[in-house]
Design a protein. Structure first.
Length: 147
């Protein structure tokens, strides 16, 4: 269960203050901070080897209960899908972003409860997200792209 999941947004360059769930808020340039990955689900289409992962644009999805996600999503019924943007594969080359994504995918697949390293995912606010005049974000559908 995701009862230990805490998601909040902060600027990517800001240090993590000690925050509780009541202090979840969005500010300019939102980044999702996940304090614990234990219990998060990954899509079942994720590739089984690093080579196939890179060959298929290093993409996968993290599935999060809509009620735990800090952006309101009125048109979504249950699950928010955090989708990683594709990285075009270059023959015989890999980069640090691809390696980091693979490590996160493996961590999620093995459900390593000892690994408490926080995860920072920058949200792409250009797709499926609206920002009202008062600065609040709303998710149009159930998809969020992350860098």
């Amino acid at each position: 269960m995701l009862n230990k999941f805490v998601a909040l947004t902060i600027l990517g360059s800001t240090q993590i203050p000690s925050l509780s769930a009541e202090q979840i808020q969005f500010i300019e340039g939102p980044t999702i901070y996940i304090s614990e990955t234990n219990g998060l689900k990954v899509n079942q289409d994720a590739h089984t080897t690093f080579e196939s992962f890179v060959r298929n644009w290093s993409q996968f999805e993290i599935l999060i209960d809509k009620n735990l996600f800090p952006i309101k999503a009125p048109n979504c019924k249950q699950t928010i899908q955090l989708r990683f943007k594709g990285i075009e594969p270059i023959k015989n080359e890999t980069n640090q972003v691809q390696k980091s994504r693979w490590e996160l995918l493996e961590r999620l697949r093995t459900n390593n409860i000892e690994d408490t390293t926080p995860v920072f995912l920058k949200i792409d606010t250009r797709h499926y997200i609206n920002r009202s005049a008062n600065g609040k974000y709303t998710l149009e559908y159930c998809n969020v792209f992350v860098e």
